[in-house]
Design a protein around this ligand. Sequence first.
Ligand SMILES: Cc1ncc(COP(=O)(O)O)c(C=O)c1O
Length: 383
Amino acid sequence: MGSLYLDHNATTPVEPRVVAAMMPWFERAGNAASLHELGRRGREAVETARDQVAALLGAAPPEIVFTASGTEANNAVVQTVADTHSDGHLVISAFEHPSILAAAARLEERGFAVSRVAPEPSGRVMPEAVAAQLRRDTRLVCLMLANNEIGSVQPVAEVAALAQARGARVLCDAVQAVGKIPFTVGELGVDYLTIGAHKFYGPLGAAALWIGRGVEFSPLLVGGSHERHRRAGTLNVPAIVGFGAAAALVDEELAAWSDHMLEVRDRFEAGLASIGETRVHAAAVPRLPNTSNVAFLGVDAEALMVRLDLRGFAVSTGSACSSGVVEMSETMKALGVDENEAVASLRISFGKDSTGAGVEALLTALREEVAALRELGAEGASV
Ligand SMILES: Cc1ncc(COP(=O)(O)O)c(C=O)c1O
C-alpha cells in the first residue's frame, strides 16, 4: 500500500522512528506546565523538540512557538496585523494557502486593504510584481516558499528584502517545503515562518511559528502563560516530541530523500509521454522534487481520481466540477489556467518511500483509465 499513497502534500504517514519516539509520551501522564517530576520531564522533552525544530530552521530555540497546525500559525501572524495596527495594507500572493487567503480576507472586511499578486503562468511570483504593490502603509507581505498544488518554489529572499526595505514585515509559509528542499530562516531573511509536522513524516497536531527577534506578535490563543505568553494551551507533548524527532530526521536525511523523490518523479513524468496530451504545471520553474501536477487534457480529473482510488492509488485534484459548475482551486485561478485544463488536473505528490515499481503501476493505471475516460468523453460528444 505504501507505494500507492501518492498524496504526500496532503499529509504524510508518520515515520516508524517518529512513532517510537512518541510512544512513551502517550503512556506517561505529565502536563509540561506542572511543577512535579513528571511535568518537568515533559517540559524537558518539549525543550529538546524545540531545539530540534530550531536546528532544522537555523533558528534560536526561544524563537519557536509550538502551535496545533500550520493553519493556526498562519492565522496568528495575519491576525497580529489587526491587533497591532488600526489600519493599513497587506500584500499576499494570490495562491497562498487558504489559511492565509481567508485570514487576509477577514482583515479586508475590517477595513484593511489587501493586494493579491498573481503568479506568472509559469507558477512563480515575480519579485517586481510584489514590489509594485508595496505602499508606505504595507504592514505584511505573505509569500509561501512552495505552492502546495503545483510545487513551484517562490523567490522569498528577494521579496523579503524588497518588502523590508519599505518597512513591511514578511511571513513565509514554508509548510510544504520542509522535508523536500533545504532552507534556513537566515537565508530567507523573513520575519515570520510557519511549518507543520504532518507534512514531513511527523504527527498531526504539532506545528510551529518562528518569529524573528524583536518582531511584534499578538497571540491568537490567550489564557495560560505557555510558550512565553505567545500561545496559551496545554502543550501536546507526544505530538511535539514527534515533531522534534521528524525535524531531526529531515536534518540528517533530506539530501537522500529529495534525490530519491526527484528520481521517482522524473521517471513518472518521462512515462507521461505514453499517455499523450498531458501538461505538467510549473515544469519550467524551480519546483519541489516530489510534486507533479498534471493536466490530462480532455479528462475529468475527479473521475480519474475516483477510478485510481478504486485501484488503490491515493492522489488528489485541486479543482472540481459539480452539477456542471467548475469550482477552480485558487491556485489554478491565480495561474490563469483555463477551466478545461483545471478540471483535468491531478496532483501526484511522491514521498521518501515511493518506489519505481509504484510509479510503473501508476503509469499503467493512468494509461488505462485516461484512455477509458477519453473514450467515454468522445462517445458523449458524439451523442
Ligand atoms: C502551504 C500550506 N500552508 C498551510 C497549510 C496548513 O497546514 P495544517 O494542515 O497544519 O493546518 C498547508 C496544508 O495543506 C499547506 O499546504
